[in-house]
Structures are given as C-alpha cells and as structure tokens.
Design a protein around this ligand. Structure first.
Ligand SMILES: Cc1cc2nc3c(=O)[nH]c(=O)nc-3n(C[C@H](O)[C@H](O)[C@H](O)COP(=O)(O)OP(=O)(O)OC[C@H]3O[C@@H](n4cnc5c(N)ncnc54)[C@H](O)[C@@H]3O)c2cc1C
Length: 530
C-alpha cells in the first residue's frame, strides 16, 4: 500500500481502523471537505470471506463515497431467494424491485473488493485523506477539546492530536477496550462453518437455504454466488461437533461435495477458504463518548443472517459523516453528535431484533425452537400464509422513530413512507439534463424537495442562499407519478408541498404548501445552520 507520508501532528478526524466502515467514513467526510487520517493495523484489505451481501441503501452510500461504477461493474445483483425443507421448496421470496429502480435490492460482492474500491476513491483526494497502513492505534487520551492518539508505526510510536476520533476498529476494538467500555447483549451457541469455493455455475444469483437437506441431514445450509465464480456456503454444525476437526479440509470437502452433487453442480471445484462463525447480538449502550464516536463492528455486532453487519456499519458512517462535518465547520453545536448515538443505537436494537429472529430460525438455540421450526417448515409446504415466517428478512434501512432531529409534519398526507425519520423514498424524475433518481441528489447537503404546481416561487429558490439544495419536482418532472405517490401528496398534481431531506437521505420534516419559512425554522430549532 502506497501512502507513506509521515503522520500529521494534528487532524480534524482520526479514524481508527481502515476496514470498510472506516474507509467509507473517510470518503464521506472528504465529500464534505473534512480532512481525516485513517489508521489501519493491517498492511492491506481483509482476507477471506466476510460480508458479501450489500443492500440497496448501502449501494447508495457507496455511490456517494465514489465507488458506484466500480461496484456496479463487479457485483452480482439479485432480487430473491428460495428455501427448501429436505428436498422440497417451501419458500420463493422476492424483495421489492422494479425496472425503474436505481439499484438492485441486493448485490453480492466480496468485502475485500468493497474495501479496495473505497480505497481507490480515496486516492483521488490525497489532500483530504491519508491512510496509514500497518499502523495501530495503541492508546488515547480524550479531553474536552480533543483527543491525543498514540499510533504505533514502523518508525516507532507517534502522537496525533485529533478534534474527534471515530473508532471503526472492528469487533475487537482497541479503542473500546482502552476506554473500558463493554458490549451488552447475547451470544448464540449455534456454530456455522463458512466456506468459499471456486466453481463455475450458470445458476441464477439467489439466496438459497436448505433445512435438513438429504446432502447434510440435520444441518442448515446457505449458498450465495459471488463474483469470480465463487460460491459462499455456510452450514451449521451439530452441538457435539468439534470445531477444530470441523475446519479440517477432510471434513469440509465431503459435506460440500455431497451438497453440490445433490443440486446438480458437477463442474470441478476447489476450496478457497473456511472459517467458523457464531451469531452475536451485542452493542455498546452509547456510540458517543465525548469526542470519541464508535461505528461499525466496534459499536455493535449483529448476526450475519439477514446481512445487517456491514450494511448497518455503512449506515453509521453515513449518519456520522455529515454531523461531524457540520460540527467541525461551525454549522451546529457539538450536541448534534448526541443524535448520532441516539439514532444509530436505536437502529442497532431494530437490527438485533430482526437478526435474532433470523438466527433463531437458522440456528435454533434449543429443542423447543427446533421443534417449532420443523412444524413451520412442514406447514409451509402447503400453506403459503406460513411462508412469511421463513422469510429471511433481509436488511432494510431503519427509520429513526422518535429521533430528536425529526421535524414537524404539517397537513394531510396519504403515505407514511416519507414521514420525518424515514429514509427518503426513491423516485425516478425528469430534469433538464435527463431522467435521474432522487437518491442521486442526497449525500452531501440538506435538500428541499419542492412539489410545486409549475413555477418555482422565488422564496423557495432562495433556500439555496441558506445552503439548502432545492430540487424542483414540478408535475411534468414527476413523469411516472412516483414521487408524489411515495411522498404522500394527496389529490394529484394540484397539491403542493416541501419535504426537507437530511444529507444522509432521511426525511427531516414535511409541510403542505410552498412557504419556506417553516423549513428554516425547523433547522434553527434543531440548532442547525447548514
Ligand atoms: C463470516 C462473516 C460473514 C459476514 N457476512 C456479512 C454480510 O453478508 N453482510 C453484512 O452486511 N455483513 C456481514 N458480515 C459482517 C461484516 O464483515 C462486518 O460487519 C464488517 O466487516 C464491519 O466492518 P468494520 O469496518 O466495522 O470492521 P472490520 O471489517 O473488522 O474492520 C476493522 C479494521 O480495524 C483494524 N483494526 C483493528 N484494531 C486496530 C487498531 N488498534 N488500530 C488500527 N486498526 C485496527 C482491523 O485491521 C480492520 O481492518 C460478516 C462477517 C463475518 C465474520
């Protein structure tokens, strides 16, 4: 890795950990013009099989981070999956998806590719981001006006003074340990062997799950395709299986071969990598400790079933980046950072609730759960209504219900999809330069969506002088009617409204009519001057 510049003495944001969350946070901060130093213990990107399923929301965030094209060129999109009990299909699910959508609901890609793509984007902004590879955060002293961080480098220890530290140093976070903070929550007993193999296949990209398959009786087995002809296969161990033995190739190969044979995949294959996993539902009670903010696995560990690990970490980065930027440039009081913790701890609790349900289905923690699962699978064979219980509940962005940042909602609306605290709905609209998606406009500024009736009132256009981007969605721009429908405007094109969207793409407030004063008043009431 090529960034050999000496470490700076001072930096606005020091990011401990250059995994996917730390690197993405650096890229998003750079979008706001904020300088950061990423300190990464390893010499390069992660190895082996980790996150593979990247949600639509994460694709939006990564696009803002500058890796949209690279991701789209490499990743494998998918929209649904199938579950089997023994050798019979019990569920065929589809995630919401339509041809006008910007991104697939999910794409599969190896985590190391994501890290490499974000790092490549960072190379375009060397004046804003420095990545110190093979350097470890060894200690820190946090004060009221900054944090002194001791970094171990190949040249010896250095002290860097940062205005803020973002702890993105993973599940075994040194920063968390140094600050004496502890995770709270549950660790599940059920163990999964995670195996990557290389094998050519023509199968569609889907999430495939088998419960008690003839190839591996008694086990649960998941399969996902990844780029470069790689299959990811996860299978559950029995309680009495020895973990060390289970990871020996002579024990992995027959189990994988038996399954490939069962599903008719007969091309030659080879083992790439194998490891052991067990699900955890753990979180810090708060992600803000003075000038130190926790994100990604350093803040929370959620089960991989439902793929909320990396996806929720990227949401942390998106939530934190604009708030740090606004505070550092004097556009908000430092108290804004408290809302980062409130919102993202709430999101973790939601993710854990979903992840725990998925885990209990994928790896039943006791006999009672196992019995219940078997009964559900048996009934689902003939009863479509029961199939929803088997649905893997894939990651979706969490609404910030009750957030202190949520503004008002004035007037009548026909949909709650765009209520304050919700992720702003997507829509394809028409502009002077052609058709575009609303989410392309989010990511850096506050944006006011103007649902006008033709011409844009001057007073609304003036919001730009307050640093708010204005997006005119006149009736003819909403050529498919998606925006008016999804943002809940009643009565067709005659009704008018303003919707304020935060830089991370969440709705802050919405008002019927076209008076801009309530928008400004809302921002002021929240202590924000964008
Ligand atoms: C088997 C497996 C499968 C998974 N599948 C999925 C999935 O499909 N979808 C999903 O969303 N998530 C999945 N996850 C979870 C996902 O991999 C993690 O949530 C993700 O890696 C978190 O990213 P992070 O940047 O927070 O932490 P990490 O990726 O752990 O990165 C932390 C970085 O900090 C560095 N570091 C540690 N200590 C220090 C220090 N003292 N100083 C400097 N650097 C330090 C580490 O070297 C590392 O590079 C999976 C995880 C596993 C293990």
């Amino acid at each position: 890795m090529d960034d050999s510049r000496p470490l700076p003495d001072t930096i606005p944001v020091l990011i401990a950990g250059g995994g996917p969350v730390g690197l993405t946070l650096a890229a998003l901060l750079a979008r706001h013009g904020v300088r950061s130093l990423v300190v990464e213990a390893d010499a390069g990107y992660c190895t082996g099989s980790r996150a593979i399923c990247i949600s639509r929301r994460s694709q939006e965030i990564l696009w803002t981070a500058g890796v949209g094209a690279a991701l789209a060129a490499k990743a494998l999109p998918w929209t649904g999956g199938r579950s089997y009990w023994r050798n019979r299909e019990v569920l065929h699910f589809q995630m919401p998806s339509e041809p006008t959508q910007r991104f697939a609901p999910m794409v599969n890609i190896q985590q190391f590719h994501v890290e490499a793509f974000v790092h490549a984007a960072l190379r375009d902004v060397p004046e804003l981001v420095q990545v110190a590879w093979s350097s470890r955060v060894a200690g820190l002293q946090a004060g009221l006006d900054g944090v002194s961080v001791t970094v171990e480098t190949a040249q010896g220890p250095r002290v860097v003074r940062a205005d803020y530290v973002a702890a993105c140093d993973g599940g075994r976070s040194t920063v968390r340990e140094q600050m004496g903070l502890q995770f709270e929550g549950t660790q599940y007993e059920g163990r999964y062997v995670i195996v990557d193999i290389v094998q050519e296949t023509r199968r569609p990209v889907e999430r495939l799950a088998w419960f008690d398959p003839p190839s591996n009786p008694g086990s649960t087995l998941l399969m996902h395709r990844q780029p470069d002809d790689v299959w990811r296969i996860d299978y559950q161990l029995r309680d009495d299986d020895d973990a060390e033995e289970a990871l020996k190739p002579e024990n992995i190969l027959p189990r994988v071969q038996s399954h490939l044979a069962m599903i008719g995949e007969d091309a030659p294959w080879k083992l790439l990598w194998a490891s052991m996993y067990n699900a955890k539902c753990l979180t810090l009670p708060s992600y803000r400790h003075g000038r130190v903010l926790f994100a990604g696995d350093a803040a929370h560990l959620v089960p991989i079933f439902g793929v909320r690990g990396l996806n929720s970490g990227l949401d942390d980065a998106a939530n934190l980046a604009w708030k740090l930027a606004l505070v550092l440039e004097g556009g908000a009081e430092d108290a804004l950072l408290d809302s980062y913790s409130t919102e993202r701890v709430h999101a973790t609790h939601e993710n854990i609730a979903y992840g725990a349900k998925s885990t209990e289905f994928m790896a039943p923690p006791d006999f009672a759960f196992r019995l219940m699962r078997e009964a559900t699978l048996r009934v689902a064979l003939d009863e479509p209504a029961v199939q929803s219980l088997i649905n893997p509940r894939q990651s979706a962005p969490v609404a910030y219900a009750g957030s202190p940042l949520n503004g008002p909602e004035h007037g009548e609306w026909t949909s709650e999809l765009a209520a304050p605290g919700q992720p702003a709905p997507e829509a394809l609209v028409r502009g002077p330069q052609g058709d575009f998606h609303l989410t392309q406009c989010f990511g850096t500024d506050f944006t006011c969506l103007v649902f006008g009736d033709g011409s844009l009132p001057h007073a609304v256009a003036d919001l730009v002088t307050h640093g708010i981007a204005v997006l005119d969605i006149a009736p003819e721009a909403d050529m498919l009617g998606q925006a008016r429908l999804r943002y809940g405007l009643p009565g067709g094109t005659a009704s008018t409204a303003l919707v304020l969207v935060r830089p991370d793409g969440y709705v802050m407030g919405r008002w019927r009519g076209l008076a801009p004063e309530p928008v400004l008043a809302c921002l002021r009431a929240k202590g924000l001057q964008p």
